[in-house]
Ligand binder design. Structure first.
Ligand code: PMP
Length: 425
């Protein structure tokens, strides 16, 4: 029989459904599972794709004759910047290749804004009475913990299929000069998988802001991480902003954390030439140069922008079946019950699962007791607080395929049981 929405069931039917789910759940607990869907990490098969990096670089000089073993070259080696400038749609002069973490670069940029102020600012942000960031939700938990560490206030806007609710963003940014910036993950967002459309990007680039030094932290962590043949192209926010007279508004971040090695890749920062000089100038107070050996081996390993794209297709072959399994299991177990919706991302690392309002925390608790670790409910919201207690982030890349299936089947049982519990009260 076709499943009926739980809210259509009479009291006896609901009791029977709850009993069924409880029995399934008890069986689940008896199996002593130990599965983990918490963090978006590459699997070892994915890391193995980059094994050859460990025997590079071949030689010690880059294409321009620079000895990469020595100090210097704060902005990163030219050939790798050229390669990723092509991939990220910027000019090489607008791109810095740095250390292994783009999140560190985001923290550095916030620190520089805090202590020194922006190229288009009037004073350091630390001298403002209040600094507020717009946070599209659900979003990336580490963006939010970083803001909270600075004491930066947050205001949320909904993240939908086409990116942040841009009218809400524009209204907030126009009205309040304490609003100094926002996060955007433009391609295959964490966790919704949304891709910012050209229209949304244009509006963000052109909108009037009460703060003259409003910054878009354009975190393109999943720029190249396609799950289908339909490869999304990120909107060119730097050109849009420059054309609108706000050239210093966007600062772009990316890395090879989920391209090569998550702990030993290369991170990138992009922006106006002035923003790049501003960043490198401050960077130079704490560094005499990045790990150019690592940069050179990355340049040699890929060979060309097309080499990176090819490499990403190999990742896709490994992880696309895991995303398909998530959708398959959720569909077969939950479709039609009216207790859950989830994303079917065409790229990135996550599936965003919305369960019956008020049950996300309970689902995560039930799953934990059955041996399935999920990201804490609310993690995708500032302060870890989901006002609807609805959203759960699923990260299926790290476990092996059979484990993904097993974990999702368990999650489906927890979702159904939590919903039945809630509705019978
Ligand atoms: N941004 C987003 C949106 C991410 O999901 C992640 C990784 N989970 C990062 C940044 C971290 O990037 P990195 O490894 O370059 O610090």
């Amino acid at each position: 029989p076709r499943p009926r929405p739980l809210t259509d069931l009479g009291p006896e039917e609901l009791t029977a459904f709850r009993q069924e789910q409880q029995t399934a759940y008890d069986a689940l607990r008896g199996r002593g599972l130990s599965l983990d869907l918490t963090r978006g990490k590459p699997s070892s098969a994915q890391l193995d794709l980059s094994e050859r990096l460990l025997s590079l670089p071949d030689g010690t000089r880059d294409a321009h004759g620079v000895d990469v073993r020595n100090y210097g070259g704060l902005e990163g080696i030219r050939e790798l910047r050229e390669m990723f400038a092509d991939l990220l749609g910027v000019e090489p002069a607008q791109l810095v290749a740095g250390g292994s973490s783009s999140l560190v670069m985001m923290r550095e940029v916030l620190t520089d804004l805090w202590l020194k102020g922006a190229v288009d600012g009037v004073r350091p942000w630390s001298e403002e009475e209040k600094v507020t960031f717009i946070c599209p939700v659900p979003g990336y938990d580490r963006h939010f913990t970083l803001l909270s560490w600075f004491g930066i206030d947050t205001v949320t806007v909904p993240m939908d299929e086409h990116g942040p609710d841009v009218e809400a963003v524009a209204a907030l940014a126009a009205a309040d000069p304490s609003i100094k910036g926002m996060w955007v993950v433009p391609t295959y967002a964490n966790p919704t998988g949304s891709v910012v459309t050209q229209e949304v990007a244009a509006r963000l680039a052109t909108m009037e802001t009460a703060a003259p030094d409003f910054k878009i932290f354009w975190d393109n962590a999943y720029a190249l991480h396609h799950l289908t043949e339909d490869e999304a192209k990120t909107a060119d926010v730097l050109s849009l902003a420059a054309a609108a007279g706000h050239p210093h508004r966007p600062i772009m971040f990316a890395s090879t954390s989920k391209i090569t090695f998550a702990g030993a890749g290369v991170a990138f920062l992009g922006g106006s030439v002035e923003n790049v000089a501003w960043y490198v100038g401050h960077l130079g107070k704490g560094s005499i140069g990045p790990d150019k050996v690592n940069q050179l081996r990355h340049a040699q390993f890929f060979g060309s922008p097309e080499g990176v794209r090819d490499h990403m297709r190999q990742h896709r072959a490994i992880i696309a079946p895991k995303f398909a399994a998530v959708d398959e299991v959720l569909t077969s177990r939950l479709e039609g019950l009216g207790v859950a919706t989830w994303t079917r991302p065409s790229g990135g690392y996550f599936v965003s699962l919305d369960v019956l309002d008020g049950t996300a925390g309970r689902v995560v608790e039930l799953a934990r007791e059955a041996g399935v670790a999920l990201t804490p409910a609310g993690a995708s919201f500032p302060g870890g607080h989901d006002p609807d207690d609805r959203n759960i982030r699923l990260a299926p890349t790290f476990p092996e395929l059979p484990e993904v299936r097993e974990a999702m089947d368990a999650v489906a049982t927890c979702v159904a049981l939590a919903a039945a519990e809630k509705l019978s009260h």
